[in-house]
Design a protein around this ligand. Sequence first.
Ligand SMILES: N[C@@H](CCC(=O)N[C@@H](CS)C(=O)NCC(=O)O)C(=O)O
Ligand code: FES
Length: 158
Amino acid sequence: MSWLRAASAGTRLLANRSSVGGRRGAMGAAGSGMGNNTSTSLGNSATTPVKQIQETISDNCVVIFSKTSCSYCTMAKKIFHDMNVNYKVVELDMHEYGNQFQDALHKMTGERTVPRIFVNGTFIGGATDTHRLHKEGKLLPLVHQCYLTKSKRKEVEH
Ligand SMILES: N[C@@H](CCC(=O)N[C@@H](CS)C(=O)NCC(=O)O)C(=O)O
Ligand code: FES
């Protein structure tokens, strides 16, 4: 297919601002339906898997690369769900290019396992790491920081 055609990654860095809205308190949970949206651009545009992952993690404060059959992944989703935080899920086992994305995630994070979780554009780990961050009270501040930054960008654009 067309991974290797000319890439246009980066141009959509600010494209997802509408999901932030002005609703700082609500963390987007009411916005676009609790993040079960797998209709991502992943796999559809003319670019490499790594670039598409980078684009997805730039566009979304929380991204979970997951498999539908994986209970660790379900546990990770539940953490964000219970915090009332909107998250984007990419179900690699439902994806035509899931294997290539897993390879790319391996390159980017050092592990090929699922889940692979990114907050505010940064890899935070798998399910256990995320659970630990949450228990230590460090997860919500990371998410919050992302929403604050996106709100500021939005103000600048207005
Ligand atoms: N400690 C890791 C464990 C991750 C792990 O072992 N994941 C398994 C599934 S639960 C995996 O990815 N196996 C290989 C695969 O599905 O491709 C975490 O919490 O995320
Ligand atoms: S918990 Fe078994 S595949 Fe993840």
